[in-house]
Design a protein around this ligand. Structure first.
Ligand code: ATP
Ligand code: MG
Length: 448
C-alpha cells in the first residue's frame, strides 16, 4: 500500500456512539470472522463533521458470498457489481467488497455498460487503496477502521474537509466523463454540507453539463429525490441553478418567471421543513411544483373553456408534460398520477356551492391540493381569498361551513370554473362568455 494517512482514535471525532447498532454489528461481525471492515463514505464524512449520518456503508475485503456466510439476513443485489445488503431490525447496511479500477465509472452508469465489455469494468475486486481512489470526492474516501478505530485517508480528504470543499479525486474532467452524475453529486453535497466546490472541480462543469442528457432517466429520478427530498432541497435547487445544471434535469425550468420560481422554492422549503420534523414527504407534491410552469405554459392557449373542456385539456396537457419529463427524469406513474390530481383539483377551490365544497373536502387529495393552493396564493394575491376560505373551511362545521360556500348571487355559481386564474367570484360571467372550442393538445414536437 502506498502513501496514506492514519489518524489514531484519539485524534479524530468519529466515535462508535454516532454509528448505528446495525452498522456496528456488521463491522464487528466481519472483523470477528477475520476480514477487514471499514465504515466508509458519507457516514465517516458526516461523523467527522459532527453530523448524524442517515445511512451507513461498509467496505470489506470479504467477497459478497463470504459476507453472506457471516450474516443470516443478507441479500446480494446488483448485476454487475454484487453488493451485500445486511439487515438488522429495520435497518439495511450496504456492504461492498473493495473494488479496483479507480478510473472507471460508477456501477449504474448503463451508458458505459453498453460500450465496453464486462471484464474490463469495475466489477473487479481491488485493494483498499484502489477502493478509495475510485470514489468520487476526497471527503467521501475516508475509512473508519473497526480494528483500531483509526481513520484512513488516501486522498487528502481530511484537508478538504477542513477547507470545507468538494474536490474530485483525480482529473476532474476524466472523473465527470466517467460518470456525469458526479456533477449533480457535487451540487447536492455542496448544498447539504454548505461546502464550496473546489475551483478545479467546478471549472469543467459548464462544458460537461450536457453529458447529463445521456444518463438513464431512472437514475436521474433517484438523484433528484436525493437532491430535493433529502432535507436540503432549496439549497440544492439554488446550487443547480448556479451551476446551470437545472435545465438538464428539467428543461421546462430553463426560463421561468420569478413567480413560478418562487412557487418551486416555497415547495422546496416546505419539504425541507417537513423532513427536518421527520414528517412524511411525497415526490408527487414536489413534482407538481417543479412541473407547474410547464403545465401552465401548455394551458395558456386555452381561455374561457367550459369546465368539462378544461378538464379534458388539462388532463392531456398534464400527460404531455409527464411524457416530456420522462425523457429526462423518470417520475414513476404512482407519483405523476397524484401530481396531476393536485393540478386538476385547483379550479375546484374557486367553486361555490355547499355540496361541491363538501365533496372537495372529502377528496383523497384534498390536503395536497390545498397545500398547493397555498403555494399559489403566496405568489398570486388574487387567490388569497380562496385560500383563506379553504383554511377557514377546515376549522368550522355545519351551518358555518355552509355559509362559507353559499353562492352570493342565486345559482349563478353552480358550475365549477374551468380556469386557474384567481377570478373566483365570477363564474356566471365566464359561463356567458364561453366559446365552444375543441381543446388542441398533443402538439407532438414540443417537449418540456
Ligand atoms: P449522503 O450523505 O447523501 O448519503 P454519500 O456520499 O454517502 O452522501 P451515497 O450515494 O450514499 O452518498 O454514496 C456512498 C459513497 O459511495 C460515497 O460517499 C462515495 O464514496 C461512493 N460513491 C457514490 N456515488 C459515487 C459515484 N457516482 N462515483 C464514485 N463514487 C461514488
Ligand atoms: Mg450515503
Amino acid at each position: 500500500m502506498s502513501e496514506y494517512q492514519r489518524i489514531p482514535r484519539d485524534q479524530h471525532g468519529v466515535s462508535r456512539k454516532g454509528i448505528s447498532s446495525a452498522a456496528l454489528r456488521v463491522l464487528y461481525g466481519l472483523h470477528e470472522a477475520g476480514f477487514e471492515s471499514y465504515l466508509v463514505g458519507g457516514a465517516v464524512r458526516d461523523l467527522l463533521l459532527g453530523g448524524a449520518p442517515k445511512d451507513f456503508d461498509v467496505a470489506t475485503n470479504a467477497t459478497p458470498e463470504q459476507v453472506q456466510e457471516v450474516f443470516r439476513r443478507c441479500r446480494l443485489i446488483g448485476r454487475r457489481f454484487r453488493i451485500a445488503h445486511v439487515r438488522f431490525g429495520g435497518e439495511i447496511i450496504e456492504v461492498t467488497t473493495f473494488r479496483g479500477g479507480a478510473s472507471e465509472e460508477h456501477e449504474d452508469s448503463e451508458h458505459r455498460q453498453m460500450e465496453s465489455g464486462r471484464i474490463v469494468r469495475d466489477n473487479v475486486f481491488g485493494t483498499l487503496e484502489e477502493d478509495a481512489l475510485r470514489r468520487d470526492f476526497t471527503v467521501n474516501a475516508l475509512y473508519y477502521s473497526i480494528a483500531d478505530f483509526s481513520v484512513l485517508d488516501f486522498a487528502d480528504g481530511l484537508a478538504d474537509l477542513q477547507a470545507r470543499q468538494m474536490q474530485l479525486i483525480g482529473d476532474p474532467e476524466v472523473r465527470y466523463r466517467e460518470d456525469p452524475v458526479r456533477m449533480l453529486r457535487a451540487a447536492r453535497l455542496a448544498a447539504k454540507l454548505r461546502f464550496s466546490i473546489a475551483p478545479a472541480s467546478l471549472q469543467p462543469i459548464g462544458k460537461l453539463a450536457p453529458l447529463l442528457d445521456d444518463i438513464p432517466p431512472a437514475r436521474l429520478f433517484d438523484e433528484s429525490l436525493k437532491l430535493f427530498m433529502g432535507g436540503h432541497g432549496r439549497l440544492s435547487f439554488e446550487k443547480l441553478e448556479e451551476l446551470d445544471l437545472l435545465r438538464h434535469l428539467f428543461p421546462g425550468l430553463a426560463k421561468i418567471s420569478d413567480d413560478a420560481r418562487q412557487l418551486i422554492v416555497s415547495a422546496l422549503e416546505s419539504t425541507d421543513a417537513r423532513v427536518a420534523q421527520d414528517k412524511p414527504v411525497t415526490p408527487a407534491f414536489l413534482f407538481a411544483a417543479l412541473l407547474w410552469p410547464s403545465f401552465i405554459k401548455r394551458m395558456e392557449r386555452y381561455t374561457d373553456l367550459a369546465p368539462e373542456e378544461w378538464l379534458e385539456a388539462a388532463s392531456s396537457a398534464a400527460e404531455t408534460v409527464f411524457s416530456g419529463t420522462a425523457k429526462r427524469v423518470a417520475l414513476p406513474r404512482r407519483f405523476s398520477g397524484v401530481s396531476k390530481e393536485i393540478w386538476l383539483l385547483q379550479p375546484r377551490f374557486a367553486a361555490m356551492g355547499v355540496g361541491r365544497a363538501r365533496r372537495l373536502l372529502r377528496h383523497p387529495r384534498f390536503r395536497a391540493a390545498y397545500d398547493f393552493l397555498l403555494l399559489r396564493a403566496a405568489v398570486e394575491p388574487a387567490l388569497q381569498a380562496q385560500a383563506d376560505r379553504w383554511t377557514k373551511a377546515q376549522t368550522v362545521e355545519g351551518a358555518d361551513f355552509d355559509r362559507l360556500f353559499q353562492p352570493t348571487r342565486g345559482a349563478a355559481a353552480a358550475e365549477e370554473p374551468g380556469s386557474l386564474d384567481g377570478d373566483a367570484e365570477a363564474p356566471a360571467k365566464r359561463r356567458r362568455r364561453r366559446r365552444r372550442r375543441k381543446p388542441r393538445v398533443h402538439a407532438p414536437s414540443e417537449s418540456e
